[in-house]
Ligand binder design. Structure first.
Ligand SMILES: [Zn+2]
Length: 507
């Protein structure tokens, strides 16, 4: 290791943009580039200028705007590519050309149709050409992980001699194992003496085909690499690249293990990830490390209790350090009253002891039906528990039969305030109509249904439905509201709620 600083080379806008569904227009690329600079990346590979006029313009615009980060343009080891890359980046404060040529026999033979000797010559020639235009030159021996090592050392020595200040070692097809890749980096440093002599940066570029891009990149820095090429959210060709947030947080969380640092402002990690998601519409999996929706969500009751007592019991990073507002405790059926009360306070509810007990019972009932209880669910429960109206009738049981055959039938049992049960069964035009007729038959209150609304308040298939009804009774309007994961049950509650209001005020 030359020093303890690991450069972060971001290729979200180049390799990342090549991933399906992740293409961006110029304006979007500029927005993301600005955010990447705010994040503190050392180098932004802004595109592949010869690939298309749009790519060229994006790289050129980004070059004109950025102040601190190096702006890099990718080029094959061809004169026209390098010229185009230079034209796109020359306005940058710190321009960089990244040129590449494959060194594995399989690529040389089938793709490039070149001999090893020809490839070596071409690489040297093109690095020299790039260096004549731009002071910063990066060279990648494509498919390095599958290249013959002796030949690889020869090529790397020659391109350093020709002017490359960075040599980037790609595991192009994501084939290497961490130990192997680490050893490759160590071997390169040992067998290419010019690296130490000239303070050359050795960089990693790992693909995630076997899910090892981050592990391989970290194995690289342990063995002396001082730059990691990576992308936000790990996007990139096929299974993607090493994810920036994961390599950075591994280095930062395990300081004592790596003894390394990066220039990344970790508070900008989450906002950058969100911006990329927003621009591309490609979401990260919920269990994705660092930036996934569940990365800081604790569901098990024991974990939640532990977190509330002392965060470090179950959390190795602080979400605030990543720019995530706070740990998201997902309440579920395993959650205890401690977590529930805590969340109520955070949401601004201040319930008295009785209301709290009532709300917690309702929460438990809901959590049995619904895996994740969201803030909206809790707010709903709390607002209902906070203002308990005196209910003359409550629903004991409800059964509805409906479908494509036969008439919708509802049978219900209500309990009145004296504890007496009232049972009734009715048929109707639909299940809700059948319920309302059964209720009317028990209560005997003449009313007109003016409005019936169903609203989903939470996400997913197990969302809570809120039904609101508007009834006209004796020229006055009464609103009723009911919630349940079952819209039919919610409809019954809403209807009874309105009728109970009438009874509370008029009887
Ligand atoms: Zn790549």
């Amino acid at each position: 290791m030359l020093n303890d600083y690991v450069k972060i080379f971001d290729t979200t806008l180049r390799d990342g943009e090549q991933s399906p569904g992740c293409s961006m227009n110029i304006e979007e690329k500029v927005r993301l580039a600005k955010q990447l600079e705010k994040l503190g990346v050392d180098t932004i590979e802004a595109g592949f200028p010869i690939a298309s006029p749009d790519d060229f313009s994006a790289v050129s615009e980004i070059s004109a705007i950025l102040k601190n980060a190096e702006v890099c343009g990718l080029a094959r080891a061809l004169e026209k590519d390098i010229k185009k890359a230079w034209d796109a980046i020359k306005k940058a404060k710190k321009p960089r050309i990244h040129t590449f040529l494959a060194t594995s026999d399989i690529h040389l033979k089938y793709k490039l149709k070149m001999t090893r000797k020809e490839a070596l010559k071409q690489a040297v020639l093109m690095v020299k050409y790039a260096k004549s235009l731009c002071d910063r030159v990066d060279f990648s021996p494509e498919d390095a992980a599958r290249s013959d090592k002796l030949y690889l050392y020869e090529v790397l020595s020659a391109v350093i001699e020709a002017g490359a200040d960075t040599i980037n070692i790609p595991d192009t097809v994501g084939y290497a194992m961490p130990e192997e890749f680490g050893e490759l980096i160590a071997d390169i440093i040992k067998n290419v003496p010019l690296i130490k002599k000239k303070n050359i940066i050795v960089s990693t570029h790992c693909h995630n085909d076997l899910g090892l891009a981050v592990a391989n990149s970290l194995a690289g820095v342990i063995n002396g690499a001082s730059q990691i090429e990576c992308t936000i959210n790990g996007i990139g060709e096929r299974a993607g690249n090493a994810s920036l947030e994961e390599v950075v947080m591994a280095i930062s969380t395990r300081k004592g293990f790596f003894n390394l640092k990066t220039g990344i402002i970790t508070k900008e990690i989450y906002p950058t990830s969100k911006l990329l998601t927003q621009i591309t519409g490609v979401k990260v999996q919920p269990n994705k490390a660092i930036v996934g929706a569940n990365a800081f969500a604790h569901e098990a009751g024991i974990h939640q209790d532990g977190i509330l007592k002392q965060r470090e019991t179950y959390e190795i990073m602080k979400p605030e350090d990543l720019g995530i507002n706070k740990t998201k405790l997902i309440l579920g059926k395993h959650s205890g009253s401690h977590a529930f009360n805590d969340r109520l306070n955070e949401l601004g509810f201040n319930l008295n002891k009785e209301e709290l007990e009532d709300a917690f019972i309702k929460f438990k009932v809901l959590a049995d039906k619904k895996k994740n209880v969201y803030d909206e669910d809790i707010a709903l429960i709390a607002s209902e528990s906070g203002k308990v109206i005196k209910e003359t009738y409550i629903l004991k049981t409800l059964n509805v039969v409906c479908g494509t055959h036969g008439l919708p039938t509802a049978s219900i049992i209500l309990i009145d305030k004296d504890g007496k049960e009232h049972a009734e069964a009715k048929i109707g035009d639909g299940p809700v109509d059948a319920i309302y007729q059964a209720v009317n038959s028990i209560l005997g209150i003449k009313n007109k249904l003016l409005e019936f609304l169903i609203k989903e308040v939470t996400e997913g298939i197990d969302a809570q439905a809120v039904v609101t009804v508007k009834l006209e009774i004796e020229d006055k309007v009464y609103f009723g509201r009911g919630s349940s994961t079952d819209i039919v049950v919610a409809s019954a509650h809403a209807y009874l709620n309105a009728l109970n209001k009438y009874l509370a005020l008029n009887v």
